[in-house]
Design a protein around this ligand. Structure first.
Ligand code: ZN
Length: 453
Protein backbone atom coordinates (compact mmCIF):
# COMPACT_ATOMS: atom_id res chain seq x y z
CA UNK A 1 0.00 0.00 0.00
CA UNK A 2 2.77 2.39 1.01
CA UNK A 3 4.75 1.32 -2.02
CA UNK A 4 1.74 1.96 -4.26
CA UNK A 5 1.19 5.41 -2.80
CA UNK A 6 4.89 6.22 -3.28
CA UNK A 7 4.76 4.97 -6.84
CA UNK A 8 1.72 7.14 -7.46
CA UNK A 9 3.40 10.27 -6.11
CA UNK A 10 6.56 9.46 -7.98
CA UNK A 11 4.67 9.08 -11.25
CA UNK A 12 2.73 12.27 -10.73
CA UNK A 13 5.89 14.28 -10.01
CA UNK A 14 7.53 12.80 -13.09
CA UNK A 15 4.55 13.53 -15.33
CA UNK A 16 4.30 17.01 -13.88
CA UNK A 17 7.96 17.74 -14.59
CA UNK A 18 7.98 16.23 -18.06
CA UNK A 19 4.82 18.10 -18.94
CA UNK A 20 6.11 21.36 -17.59
CA UNK A 21 9.40 20.91 -19.35
CA UNK A 22 7.92 20.18 -22.76
CA UNK A 23 4.76 22.20 -22.99
CA UNK A 24 5.04 25.22 -20.79
CA UNK A 25 8.67 26.15 -20.68
CA UNK A 26 10.49 24.96 -23.73
CA UNK A 27 9.99 28.06 -25.83
CA UNK A 28 10.32 30.82 -23.30
CA UNK A 29 13.74 31.58 -21.84
CA UNK A 30 12.46 34.23 -19.36
CA UNK A 31 9.82 31.78 -18.10
CA UNK A 32 12.39 29.02 -17.74
CA UNK A 33 14.65 31.42 -15.89
CA UNK A 34 11.87 32.37 -13.48
CA UNK A 35 10.99 28.71 -12.94
CA UNK A 36 14.63 27.69 -12.38
CA UNK A 37 14.97 30.23 -9.59
CA UNK A 38 12.04 28.68 -7.77
CA UNK A 39 13.19 25.07 -8.00
CA UNK A 40 13.92 23.65 -4.58
CA UNK A 41 17.23 21.87 -3.95
CA UNK A 42 15.14 18.84 -2.97
CA UNK A 43 13.45 18.75 -6.37
CA UNK A 44 16.77 19.08 -8.18
CA UNK A 45 18.22 16.14 -6.23
CA UNK A 46 15.06 14.18 -6.97
CA UNK A 47 15.28 14.82 -10.70
CA UNK A 48 18.99 13.97 -10.59
CA UNK A 49 18.36 10.66 -8.87
CA UNK A 50 15.62 9.72 -11.32
CA UNK A 51 17.77 10.53 -14.30
CA UNK A 52 20.76 8.74 -12.82
CA UNK A 53 18.80 5.50 -12.48
CA UNK A 54 17.53 5.93 -16.01
CA UNK A 55 21.01 6.43 -17.48
CA UNK A 56 22.38 3.42 -15.59
CA UNK A 57 19.75 1.17 -17.16
CA UNK A 58 20.30 2.81 -20.54
CA UNK A 59 24.08 2.33 -20.73
CA UNK A 60 23.67 -1.17 -19.26
CA UNK A 61 21.59 -2.01 -22.34
CA UNK A 62 23.36 -0.03 -25.03
CA UNK A 63 27.05 0.49 -24.31
CA UNK A 64 29.47 -2.45 -24.68
CA UNK A 65 32.03 -0.62 -22.53
CA UNK A 66 29.67 -0.19 -19.57
CA UNK A 67 28.10 -3.62 -19.96
CA UNK A 68 31.56 -5.07 -19.59
CA UNK A 69 32.36 -2.80 -16.64
CA UNK A 70 29.16 -3.75 -14.82
CA UNK A 71 29.95 -7.40 -15.38
CA UNK A 72 33.52 -6.97 -14.13
CA UNK A 73 32.42 -5.12 -10.98
CA UNK A 74 29.45 -7.42 -10.50
CA UNK A 75 26.96 -4.55 -10.64
CA UNK A 76 23.30 -4.79 -11.65
CA UNK A 77 22.59 -1.37 -13.23
CA UNK A 78 18.90 -1.75 -12.39
CA UNK A 79 19.65 -1.76 -8.68
CA UNK A 80 21.93 1.27 -8.39
CA UNK A 81 20.38 4.55 -7.26
CA UNK A 82 23.42 6.61 -6.33
CA UNK A 83 26.87 7.03 -7.98
CA UNK A 84 28.66 6.28 -4.70
CA UNK A 85 27.21 2.74 -4.82
CA UNK A 86 29.43 2.08 -7.84
CA UNK A 87 32.53 1.81 -5.65
CA UNK A 88 35.67 1.73 -7.77
CA UNK A 89 33.88 1.96 -11.13
CA UNK A 90 34.97 5.10 -12.95
CA UNK A 91 35.44 6.24 -16.54
CA UNK A 92 38.84 7.79 -17.20
CA UNK A 93 40.49 9.85 -19.92
CA UNK A 94 42.63 6.80 -20.53
CA UNK A 95 39.49 4.74 -21.24
CA UNK A 96 38.46 7.26 -23.90
CA UNK A 97 41.87 7.06 -25.53
CA UNK A 98 42.15 3.31 -25.29
CA UNK A 99 38.69 2.11 -26.38
CA UNK A 100 37.12 3.06 -29.73
CA UNK A 101 34.17 5.49 -29.43
CA UNK A 102 31.78 2.72 -30.58
CA UNK A 103 32.28 1.04 -27.20
CA UNK A 104 30.58 4.02 -25.54
CA UNK A 105 27.99 4.87 -28.18
CA UNK A 106 24.37 4.30 -27.20
CA UNK A 107 22.70 6.09 -30.09
CA UNK A 108 23.52 7.42 -33.56
CA UNK A 109 26.02 10.32 -33.38
CA UNK A 110 25.65 13.38 -35.57
CA UNK A 111 28.83 15.23 -34.63
CA UNK A 112 32.18 14.67 -32.98
CA UNK A 113 34.57 16.84 -31.07
CA UNK A 114 38.04 16.23 -29.79
CA UNK A 115 39.95 17.15 -26.72
CA UNK A 116 43.68 16.78 -26.47
CA UNK A 117 44.28 17.15 -22.74
CA UNK A 118 47.91 17.08 -21.81
CA UNK A 119 48.96 14.11 -23.96
CA UNK A 120 49.26 13.78 -27.71
CA UNK A 121 46.37 11.36 -28.40
CA UNK A 122 42.96 13.03 -28.67
CA UNK A 123 39.80 11.84 -26.99
CA UNK A 124 36.78 11.81 -29.25
CA UNK A 125 33.37 12.69 -27.87
CA UNK A 126 30.17 12.28 -29.90
CA UNK A 127 26.84 14.07 -29.75
CA UNK A 128 23.55 14.52 -31.57
CA UNK A 129 21.99 17.72 -32.89
CA UNK A 130 19.22 17.34 -30.34
CA UNK A 131 21.75 17.27 -27.52
CA UNK A 132 23.23 20.56 -28.73
CA UNK A 133 19.73 22.00 -28.88
CA UNK A 134 18.92 20.93 -25.33
CA UNK A 135 22.23 22.15 -24.00
CA UNK A 136 21.67 25.51 -25.66
CA UNK A 137 18.33 25.85 -23.88
CA UNK A 138 19.92 25.51 -20.44
CA UNK A 139 22.81 27.70 -21.55
CA UNK A 140 20.40 30.40 -22.73
CA UNK A 141 18.79 30.50 -19.28
CA UNK A 142 22.26 30.99 -17.79
CA UNK A 143 23.08 33.85 -20.15
CA UNK A 144 19.67 35.39 -19.52
CA UNK A 145 20.56 35.43 -15.82
CA UNK A 146 23.81 37.22 -16.67
CA UNK A 147 21.76 39.91 -18.39
CA UNK A 148 21.91 38.88 -22.05
CA UNK A 149 18.85 40.00 -24.03
CA UNK A 150 17.85 39.68 -27.71
CA UNK A 151 18.85 43.29 -28.42
CA UNK A 152 22.47 42.59 -27.47
CA UNK A 153 25.12 42.14 -30.15
CA UNK A 154 27.52 39.28 -29.62
CA UNK A 155 30.81 38.25 -31.18
CA UNK A 156 32.49 34.91 -30.55
CA UNK A 157 36.27 34.67 -30.82
CA UNK A 158 36.52 31.10 -29.61
CA UNK A 159 38.72 28.61 -31.39
CA UNK A 160 36.27 26.42 -33.33
CA UNK A 161 38.70 23.75 -34.39
CA UNK A 162 37.44 20.35 -33.14
CA UNK A 163 36.10 22.06 -29.99
CA UNK A 164 32.47 21.79 -28.90
CA UNK A 165 32.18 24.71 -26.45
CA UNK A 166 32.06 27.38 -29.20
CA UNK A 167 29.43 25.38 -31.11
CA UNK A 168 27.22 25.22 -28.03
CA UNK A 169 27.89 28.91 -27.41
CA UNK A 170 26.76 29.81 -30.92
CA UNK A 171 23.62 27.68 -30.48
CA UNK A 172 22.83 29.57 -27.27
CA UNK A 173 23.27 32.97 -28.92
CA UNK A 174 21.11 31.86 -31.85
CA UNK A 175 18.43 30.71 -29.41
CA UNK A 176 18.57 34.07 -27.64
CA UNK A 177 18.08 35.62 -31.10
CA UNK A 178 20.93 38.06 -30.56
CA UNK A 179 22.64 39.52 -33.59
CA UNK A 180 25.97 37.74 -33.70
CA UNK A 181 29.14 37.09 -35.66
CA UNK A 182 31.49 34.13 -35.38
CA UNK A 183 34.90 35.70 -35.74
CA UNK A 184 36.71 32.60 -34.44
CA UNK A 185 40.18 32.87 -32.98
CA UNK A 186 41.81 35.27 -35.43
CA UNK A 187 44.75 37.52 -34.42
CA UNK A 188 43.45 40.05 -31.85
CA UNK A 189 44.70 43.08 -33.81
CA UNK A 190 42.86 41.94 -36.95
CA UNK A 191 39.79 41.25 -34.82
CA UNK A 192 39.94 44.75 -33.32
CA UNK A 193 40.02 46.45 -36.72
CA UNK A 194 37.27 44.28 -38.22
CA UNK A 195 34.70 44.44 -35.41
CA UNK A 196 34.75 48.19 -34.75
CA UNK A 197 31.74 48.99 -36.96
CA UNK A 198 29.48 46.27 -35.56
CA UNK A 199 29.05 47.81 -32.07
CA UNK A 200 29.21 44.43 -30.33
CA UNK A 201 28.53 44.74 -26.62
CA UNK A 202 29.29 41.13 -25.63
CA UNK A 203 32.58 39.41 -26.50
CA UNK A 204 33.30 35.75 -25.84
CA UNK A 205 36.68 34.06 -26.10
CA UNK A 206 39.51 32.35 -24.32
CA UNK A 207 41.13 34.33 -21.48
CA UNK A 208 44.64 34.55 -23.02
CA UNK A 209 43.17 35.83 -26.29
CA UNK A 210 40.85 38.31 -24.53
CA UNK A 211 43.87 39.60 -22.61
CA UNK A 212 45.76 40.36 -25.84
CA UNK A 213 42.70 42.07 -27.30
CA UNK A 214 42.38 44.13 -24.12
CA UNK A 215 45.97 45.37 -24.38
CA UNK A 216 45.26 46.53 -27.92
CA UNK A 217 42.00 48.16 -26.84
CA UNK A 218 43.75 49.92 -23.98
CA UNK A 219 45.97 51.70 -26.51
CA UNK A 220 43.51 52.18 -29.37
CA UNK A 221 40.29 52.71 -27.43
CA UNK A 222 37.37 50.67 -26.11
CA UNK A 223 33.62 50.85 -26.70
CA UNK A 224 30.66 50.21 -24.37
CA UNK A 225 30.45 46.56 -23.31
CA UNK A 226 27.71 44.69 -21.42
CA UNK A 227 29.98 41.85 -20.36
CA UNK A 228 32.84 39.65 -21.51
CA UNK A 229 32.48 35.88 -21.33
CA UNK A 230 35.46 33.55 -21.15
CA UNK A 231 35.98 29.82 -21.16
CA UNK A 232 38.46 27.12 -22.04
CA UNK A 233 41.26 28.21 -19.73
CA UNK A 234 41.74 29.35 -16.19
CA UNK A 235 42.37 33.03 -15.55
CA UNK A 236 43.91 34.77 -12.55
CA UNK A 237 41.87 37.34 -10.61
CA UNK A 238 44.56 39.89 -11.40
CA UNK A 239 44.05 39.41 -15.15
CA UNK A 240 40.29 39.56 -14.74
CA UNK A 241 40.55 42.86 -12.87
CA UNK A 242 42.81 44.30 -15.54
CA UNK A 243 40.41 43.33 -18.36
CA UNK A 244 37.42 44.64 -16.40
CA UNK A 245 39.12 47.97 -15.68
CA UNK A 246 40.07 48.54 -19.33
CA UNK A 247 36.62 47.73 -20.70
CA UNK A 248 34.76 49.05 -17.66
CA UNK A 249 32.60 45.92 -17.59
CA UNK A 250 32.24 42.50 -15.96
CA UNK A 251 34.20 39.45 -17.03
CA UNK A 252 32.41 36.15 -16.35
CA UNK A 253 34.21 32.83 -16.46
CA UNK A 254 32.90 29.38 -17.20
CA UNK A 255 34.36 25.99 -16.52
CA UNK A 256 33.87 22.95 -18.68
CA UNK A 257 35.23 19.92 -20.47
CA UNK A 258 34.40 18.51 -23.87
CA UNK A 259 33.49 15.25 -22.12
CA UNK A 260 30.80 17.18 -20.24
CA UNK A 261 29.63 18.85 -23.43
CA UNK A 262 31.42 22.12 -22.82
CA UNK A 263 29.95 23.73 -19.79
CA UNK A 264 30.05 22.16 -16.33
CA UNK A 265 29.46 25.45 -14.59
CA UNK A 266 29.20 29.18 -15.16
CA UNK A 267 29.75 32.11 -12.87
CA UNK A 268 26.89 34.32 -11.81
CA UNK A 269 27.15 38.05 -11.24
CA UNK A 270 28.69 37.39 -7.80
CA UNK A 271 31.72 35.73 -9.53
CA UNK A 272 32.20 33.41 -6.63
CA UNK A 273 32.23 29.87 -8.00
CA UNK A 274 30.70 28.12 -11.02
CA UNK A 275 27.01 27.28 -10.75
CA UNK A 276 26.65 23.69 -11.85
CA UNK A 277 24.27 22.23 -14.32
CA UNK A 278 22.78 20.08 -11.56
CA UNK A 279 19.93 18.65 -13.65
CA UNK A 280 22.25 17.35 -16.37
CA UNK A 281 25.26 16.26 -14.35
CA UNK A 282 25.73 14.53 -11.03
CA UNK A 283 28.99 15.73 -9.48
CA UNK A 284 31.08 13.97 -6.84
CA UNK A 285 34.36 14.96 -5.21
CA UNK A 286 36.63 12.01 -4.60
CA UNK A 287 39.61 11.80 -2.25
CA UNK A 288 38.80 15.18 -0.65
CA UNK A 289 41.32 16.89 1.65
CA UNK A 290 40.25 18.44 4.94
CA UNK A 291 38.92 21.55 3.18
CA UNK A 292 36.78 19.43 0.85
CA UNK A 293 39.00 19.85 -2.24
CA UNK A 294 39.42 16.72 -4.32
CA UNK A 295 38.98 15.44 -7.85
CA UNK A 296 35.71 16.29 -9.59
CA UNK A 297 33.94 13.23 -10.98
CA UNK A 298 30.69 13.58 -12.89
CA UNK A 299 27.97 11.45 -14.40
CA UNK A 300 26.09 12.85 -17.40
CA UNK A 301 22.44 12.03 -16.83
CA UNK A 302 20.64 13.42 -19.88
CA UNK A 303 22.90 12.49 -22.79
CA UNK A 304 21.77 9.78 -25.18
CA UNK A 305 24.62 9.37 -27.67
CA UNK A 306 27.65 9.02 -25.43
CA UNK A 307 26.77 9.23 -21.74
CA UNK A 308 29.57 8.91 -19.20
CA UNK A 309 29.28 7.28 -15.81
CA UNK A 310 31.54 8.79 -13.15
CA UNK A 311 33.97 10.46 -15.51
CA UNK A 312 37.17 11.50 -13.74
CA UNK A 313 37.75 15.14 -14.68
CA UNK A 314 41.26 15.22 -13.14
CA UNK A 315 40.41 18.76 -11.97
CA UNK A 316 40.75 19.64 -8.30
CA UNK A 317 37.87 21.63 -6.84
CA UNK A 318 35.18 21.43 -4.18
CA UNK A 319 31.40 21.64 -4.14
CA UNK A 320 30.01 24.71 -2.39
CA UNK A 321 26.66 23.78 -0.85
CA UNK A 322 25.82 27.15 0.72
CA UNK A 323 23.23 29.03 -1.34
CA UNK A 324 24.64 31.92 -3.36
CA UNK A 325 21.44 33.94 -3.23
CA UNK A 326 21.74 34.98 -6.86
CA UNK A 327 19.65 34.59 -9.98
CA UNK A 328 20.95 31.07 -10.58
CA UNK A 329 18.73 30.03 -7.69
CA UNK A 330 19.33 26.66 -6.10
CA UNK A 331 22.08 25.44 -8.44
CA UNK A 332 25.12 24.47 -6.37
CA UNK A 333 28.56 25.87 -7.09
CA UNK A 334 32.02 24.53 -7.77
CA UNK A 335 34.96 26.45 -6.35
CA UNK A 336 37.67 27.80 -8.67
CA UNK A 337 39.75 24.95 -10.07
CA UNK A 338 42.93 24.58 -8.04
CA UNK A 339 44.75 22.46 -10.59
CA UNK A 340 44.80 19.08 -12.23
CA UNK A 341 45.50 15.81 -10.45
CA UNK A 342 48.21 15.16 -12.98
CA UNK A 343 49.74 18.57 -12.21
CA UNK A 344 50.28 18.02 -8.50
CA UNK A 345 53.95 17.46 -7.88
CA UNK A 346 55.37 16.47 -4.56
CA UNK A 347 58.90 17.82 -4.29
CA UNK A 348 61.38 19.64 -2.08
CA UNK A 349 59.28 22.79 -2.44
CA UNK A 350 56.22 21.04 -0.97
CA UNK A 351 53.09 19.64 -2.57
CA UNK A 352 52.97 21.95 -5.58
CA UNK A 353 49.78 22.66 -7.49
CA UNK A 354 48.92 25.45 -9.91
CA UNK A 355 46.93 27.06 -7.13
CA UNK A 356 50.00 27.08 -4.86
CA UNK A 357 52.04 28.85 -7.54
CA UNK A 358 49.24 31.29 -8.40
CA UNK A 359 49.29 32.46 -4.80
CA UNK A 360 52.96 33.32 -5.27
CA UNK A 361 52.39 35.10 -8.60
CA UNK A 362 49.33 37.06 -7.50
CA UNK A 363 49.77 40.83 -7.58
CA UNK A 364 53.22 40.97 -9.20
CA UNK A 365 53.46 43.82 -11.73
CA UNK A 366 54.76 43.00 -15.19
CA UNK A 367 53.70 39.35 -15.34
CA UNK A 368 51.73 38.22 -18.37
CA UNK A 369 49.15 35.47 -17.88
CA UNK A 370 51.02 32.32 -18.93
CA UNK A 371 53.50 30.59 -16.72
CA UNK A 372 54.92 27.17 -15.99
CA UNK A 373 56.88 25.75 -13.11
CA UNK A 374 59.02 22.71 -13.80
CA UNK A 375 60.48 20.61 -11.04
CA UNK A 376 63.92 19.31 -12.04
CA UNK A 377 66.70 17.51 -10.27
CA UNK A 378 69.99 18.64 -11.79
CA UNK A 379 71.97 17.70 -8.67
CA UNK A 380 70.78 15.87 -5.62
CA UNK A 381 68.21 18.44 -4.68
CA UNK A 382 65.03 19.55 -6.42
CA UNK A 383 65.05 22.71 -8.48
CA UNK A 384 61.84 24.68 -9.06
CA UNK A 385 62.32 26.37 -12.42
CA UNK A 386 59.87 29.25 -12.84
CA UNK A 387 59.16 29.98 -16.52
CA UNK A 388 57.28 33.23 -16.68
CA UNK A 389 55.97 35.30 -19.55
CA UNK A 390 56.37 39.03 -19.02
CA UNK A 391 54.58 42.03 -20.40
CA UNK A 392 56.62 44.24 -22.69
CA UNK A 393 59.11 46.41 -20.81
CA UNK A 394 58.69 44.60 -17.46
CA UNK A 395 61.59 44.85 -15.01
CA UNK A 396 62.97 41.31 -14.50
CA UNK A 397 64.87 42.17 -11.33
CA UNK A 398 61.80 43.71 -9.75
CA UNK A 399 59.72 40.64 -10.69
CA UNK A 400 62.28 38.29 -9.12
CA UNK A 401 62.34 40.38 -5.93
CA UNK A 402 58.51 40.39 -5.73
CA UNK A 403 58.38 36.63 -6.29
CA UNK A 404 60.69 36.00 -3.33
CA UNK A 405 58.78 38.44 -1.13
CA UNK A 406 55.49 36.72 -1.96
CA UNK A 407 56.89 33.28 -1.14
CA UNK A 408 58.17 34.57 2.19
CA UNK A 409 54.83 36.17 3.04
CA UNK A 410 52.30 33.72 1.55
CA UNK A 411 54.08 30.35 1.67
CA UNK A 412 56.23 30.72 4.81
CA UNK A 413 56.97 27.00 5.14
CA UNK A 414 58.21 26.92 1.58
CA UNK A 415 60.42 29.97 2.25
CA UNK A 416 61.85 28.33 5.34
CA UNK A 417 62.72 25.18 3.38
CA UNK A 418 64.31 27.28 0.64
CA UNK A 419 66.55 28.99 3.20
CA UNK A 420 67.41 25.59 4.63
CA UNK A 421 68.48 24.76 1.05
CA UNK A 422 66.05 21.82 0.82
CA UNK A 423 65.41 22.91 -2.74
CA UNK A 424 66.62 25.53 -5.24
CA UNK A 425 64.73 28.00 -7.38
CA UNK A 426 65.54 29.65 -10.68
CA UNK A 427 63.61 32.26 -12.63
CA UNK A 428 63.45 32.44 -16.43
CA UNK A 429 61.58 35.11 -18.35
CA UNK A 430 60.03 34.99 -21.81
CA UNK A 431 58.00 37.27 -24.05
CA UNK A 432 54.28 36.57 -24.21
CA UNK A 433 53.10 33.61 -26.31
CA UNK A 434 56.24 31.48 -26.00
CA UNK A 435 55.04 28.92 -23.46
CA UNK A 436 51.63 27.99 -24.82
CA UNK A 437 52.07 25.64 -27.76
CA UNK A 438 48.66 23.97 -27.81
CA UNK A 439 45.36 25.16 -26.33
CA UNK A 440 46.24 23.73 -22.96
CA UNK A 441 49.37 24.57 -21.05
CA UNK A 442 50.52 22.33 -18.24
CA UNK A 443 51.26 24.63 -15.34
CA UNK A 444 53.25 22.38 -13.06
CA UNK A 445 55.40 19.69 -14.62
CA UNK A 446 57.64 17.06 -13.16
CA UNK A 447 60.86 16.92 -15.16
CA UNK A 448 62.86 14.82 -12.76
CA UNK A 449 63.39 12.25 -15.46
CA UNK A 450 65.85 10.34 -13.32
CA UNK A 451 63.06 9.78 -10.76
CA UNK A 452 60.37 8.90 -13.26
CA UNK A 453 62.19 6.29 -15.32
ZN1 ZN B 1 25.44 32.80 -7.73
Amino acid sequence: MVAQAWLGTHLMVKLFLDGLDRVLLSRSIPLRHRFAQRLSPWLIRYIGKERFQEVMRYVGQKSPFYRERFRKFNIDPNLVSDPAQLGALFTTAEDLRHFPPEEFLCDRPEMAFETTGTTAKSKRVYFSNKEVEEQSLDGAVGFYALGLRPEDRVVSAFDYSFWNAPVTFSAIIARMRCFHVIAAKIPPDEFYDRVLDYRFNVIAGQPSWILCLTEIAEKKGTWPMKFIFTGGENMSEQTRQYIESVWNTNVYMSYGQTEAFGSIGTECKAKNGYHMNDVNLIPEIINPDKEGYGELVYTTITRKVMPFIRYRSADITKIIDEPCGCEFGPLRRLARIRGRCDEMVNCGMGNISPWFIEEILRGIPGLADDWQVAIKRPTNRDLAEFRLELQEGADQELVTRCLKENIERRQPECWRDFNLRLFDMSFHYYPRGVLRGARKLRRVVDERWNLLS
